[in-house]
Ligand binder design. Structure first.
Ligand code: FE
Ligand code: FE
Length: 308
């Protein structure tokens, strides 16, 4: 279990989120203090160590700088909103184990917002304007979450929205980000890596809380399936893929200009980053996302096709 939060030996986000098993009782405040501040984050307060250096060209205005600062700005706002929403989960938690776990997740998400923002500020003095993406993507998602958490005081509904719809769908984009920035900005890749290690815990424990709830309350299944369906319907109306594609096009432009530096680096086994296209990267992240969601929903007992 300890390896899941270890900087060197933790699995990738997608692998970890599909294979690790941890419960809220495993991941209380005492576990977190040892595994995260004294583990994952030792020497990485701002998300990367001194050995991970951002090359000078990344700070110059241009497509790579634009792609990365837009991504970091957007992600920082998403993490800020997640932190605030988690305040409701802490307040609604039905027992000490889940209260402690969500208190630690709240700090994790506040840290993610801080490291994404800090790295963005290292790359530019003029933060990019991502207000349109914020209004079209993050605000509707936030409102959907708050209707459950704040208005209906629905703890388990909030857990599912966060685990299945928000983190489960955003996680593959985070994994893609770590892999594609690795040769161009090692500091950014490490910031992503650290957040990804936390994300494994969030996804795995959130799924376990939902699973335990459904084992105790099988009558809740139809209601929670409907909530997931509503969430998927909302998700389908959000221009998330457009935003990601826009950033991938900028990335592609920069990738061509720095092909020499990227060399034979493989974004995933057997595939050179330099040979990938924006479409291919986008589709791969979507494929990871679908695979991960199916695995986690099966585990929770919420795969819609099943008859369990
Ligand atoms: Fe996060
Ligand atoms: Fe998270």
């Amino acid at each position: 279990m300890s390896g899941v939060a270890d900087w060197e030996s933790a699995p990738s986000l997608i692998d970890g989120a599909m294979t690790a098993e941890l419960t809220a009782a495993d991941c209380g405040v005492a576990y977190w203090l040892g595994a995260v501040p004294q583990g994952t984050l030792r020497g990485h307060v701002y998300g990367h160590g001194p050995e991970a250096v951002t090359p000078a060209f990344m700070r110059e205005p241009g497509p790579l700088n634009e792609a990365l600062t837009q991504e970091l700005a957007f992600r920082s706002i998403a993490e800020d909103k997640a932190t605030r929403a988690l305040g409701h989960l802490v307040a609604l938690a039905p027992d000490t184990a889940s209260m402690e776990f969500y208190a630690t997740q709240l700090i994790d998400e506040a840290r993610h917002a801080m490291v994404f923002r800090t790295h963005m500020e290292e790359l530019t003095r003029t933060p990019p304007d991502v207000s349109a993406d914020r209004e079209k993507i993050l605000v509707p998602l936030e409102e959907f979450g708050l209707r459950a958490l704040r208005d209906r005081r629905d703890f388990i509904g909030g857990v599912i929205i966060l685990t299945v719809l928000v983190e489960g769908v955003l996680a593959p984009a985070a994994e893609l980000s770590e892999r594609k920035w690795r040769p161009l900005d090692p500091a950014a890749a490490d910031v992503e890596r650290g957040a990804g290690i936390d994300e494994i815990r969030h996804l795995v424990v959130g799924s376990s809380i939902a699973r335990e709830h459904l084992l105790a309350r099988p009558d809740e299944r139809p209601r929670l399936l409907e909530l997931i369906e509503d969430g998927h319907r909302l998700w389908a109306t959000l221009p998330t893929q457009d935003m990601v594609y826009r950033r991938e096009l900028l990335f592609q432009e920069g990738l061509r200009a720095h092909a020499g530096l990227v060399g034979d680096y493989e974004i995933w086994p057997g595939r050179r980053l330099a040979d990938t296209t924006p479409e291919e990267r986008l589709e791969t992240a979507l494929e990871w996302s679908g695979r991960m969601q199916r695995t986690r929903l099966d585990y929770m007992g919420l795969s819609s096709g099943g008859t369990t």
